[in-house]
Design a protein around this ligand. Structure first.
Ligand code: SF4
Length: 456
């Protein structure tokens, strides 16, 4: 941690000690934002705040925003309105940070219509939060701490993890790809990779604390750039696999255009790396992919999948698909369905295209909403028609599960996940504990979960 952060953390700590002040963080968006929120929570706990889930009873409310999905703004402004009422009854500090604060015009909008917001921070200034909160709490200043240039990578921020056995480790920030529908490169800046030694240090620390599963995070993990012996993402994966105690390794998200053979080999050769690859397709049509600036064709994507399936026994794939991209025709959409049939993804995250102001695609000719919905329903139907068959493949197989907790619907049962991310419910024996990795034979396949029995 930097000296400045420590200084302000200490100052706040002295000021609020014994006052039992509470914080609440509302996180929107992806796993990277979740990981940022864990760091924000880590800083706040050091300052002396303690967490409360109901933000209505918090003394400090932080919104960690996302601007990738439609309606994010309305949701945020709705919530801000609720806090305004709270501020009238108790002296709640309201801080807003994250991707949306980096959007053009956002600062002015908040200044004009929501002037009661106390602290605004961006994606490159999260590490300044102790100082920002100090200025608001002690000096009663309105703080705007947003910069446009890519921030440095701050190491050593305190962190309060949400989970005890699974953890996310961010390996890089930003994105250079400028897919034409996406706002991320504008709000998160260009790619910056963490030093391999810092990543390995963090993973070793997690192993010592008893974590079993880690997910390496980045907007585009396979363009990770290291140094020395660990030059690229494949080297990093191989090295992380050598850390004792970590039994499962996942990563998200890779870009198909950067998926090199050495990464495929690393997955094939290391038992610890989960055999599910999230490979965002977005569209199955080469012309649409070109207008999305994805830099691969339908054929290249399918060849890559074939290569993975040949080299990695038992590999399964999940994906993201955008339906109704500007100018997409019915015929072009058929190509997406064709790829879905051919690859047989086990999981698809489907999105209806929506305009992100400031992106190239927002200027293109949009297609009617009903058309988008019609295509979405077609894709959903196709995907759902494959779910039973995909789940039945697991019947009578023995799967390793990381036990995540008791089942929400039946407290006598435990719930865990296979390395391919399937939820499995089973009756534990006396020795089984949350956080263990156990072998379970799959006995029933349901649409959204599997059932199994512990194998002695
Ligand atoms: S790779 Fe494309 S979709 Fe992913 S963050 Fe970068 S610009 Fe956005």
């Amino acid at each position: 941690m930097q000296e400045n952060q420590e200084k302000f953390i200490d100052l706040i700590n002295k000021k609020i000690s014994g006052k039992n002040l509470k914080y609440s963080i509302l996180t929107m968006g992806c796993q990277l934002n979740e990981n940022d929120s864990e760091k924000i929570a880590g800083m706040l706990e050091k300052m002396g705040y303690s967490e409360i889930s109901d933000y209505k009873n918090a003394d400090l409310v932080i919104f960690n925003t996302c601007c990738v999905r439609e309606n994010a703004e309305e949701r945020l402004f709705g919530k801000i309105g609720e806090i305004k009422k709270l501020k009238e009854s108790r002296d709640t500090i309201l801080a807003i940070g994250g991707c949306m604060m980096q959007e053009k015009g956002m600062l002015q909008k908040i200044k004009k219509s929501y002037s009661f917001v106390d602290v605004i921070f961006g994606t490159h200034t999260m590490q300044n939060l102790p100082e920002d909160i100090y200025k608001s709490l002690i000096n009663k200043e309105k703080v705007k701490d947003v910069i446009d240039i890519d921030g440095e990578i701050y190491e050593g921020l305190p962190i309060k993890r949400n989970d005890k056995f699974k953890a996310s480790v961010t390996i890089m920030y930003g994105c250079n790809n400028f897919c034409t529908y996406c706002i991320v490169p504008y709000v998160r800046g260009r790619e910056r990779s963490r030093k391999p030694e810092k990543i390995l240090e963090e993973v070793k620390q997690l192993a010592e604390e008893g974590y079993k599963e880690i997910t390496l995070l980045g907007q585009n993990v396979n363009s990770y750039v290291g140094n020395g012996e660990i030059k690229n993402f494949a080297d990093l994966l191989n090295e992380v696999c050598r850390i004792d105690g970590i039994e499962r390794i996942r990563f998200i998200s890779p870009h198909p255009k950067d998926f090199t053979d050495d990464v495929i080999d690393a997955i094939a050769n290391n038992e610890k790396i989960c055999k599910i690859i999230h490979l965002p397709l977005q569209s199955g049509n080469s012309k649409v992919l070109k207008s999305m600036n994805r830099k691969y064709t339908k054929e290249q994507y399918l060849n890559l999948v074939n290569k993975m399936q040949e080299k990695i026994p038992g590999v399964v794939l999940s994906t993201d698909i955008i339906v109704g991209f500007p100018e997409e025709t019915d015929e072009e959409f058929e190509d997406t369905l064709d790829v879905v049939r051919k690859v047989n993804f086990e999981q698809i995250f489907m999105f209806i295209y929506s305009i992100r102001e400031g992106t190239v695609a927002s200027e293109m000719e949009q297609i009617p909403e009903d058309k988008k919905h019609e295509r979405f329903e077609k894709l959903k139907k196709l995907y759902e028609s494959r779910v039973d068959e995909n789940n039945e493949k697991y019947l009578n197989t023995v799967q390793k599960l990381l036990i995540e907790g008791t089942s929400k619907n039946n407290h006598e049962m435990f719930e865990g996940r296979t390395d391919t991310n399937k939820v499995v419910i089973f009756k534990p024996n006396e020795e089984n504990q949350i956080g263990d990795i156990v072998s379970v034979k799959i006995t029933e396949a349901h649409k959204w979960y599997l059932k199994g029995e512990i194998v002695k």
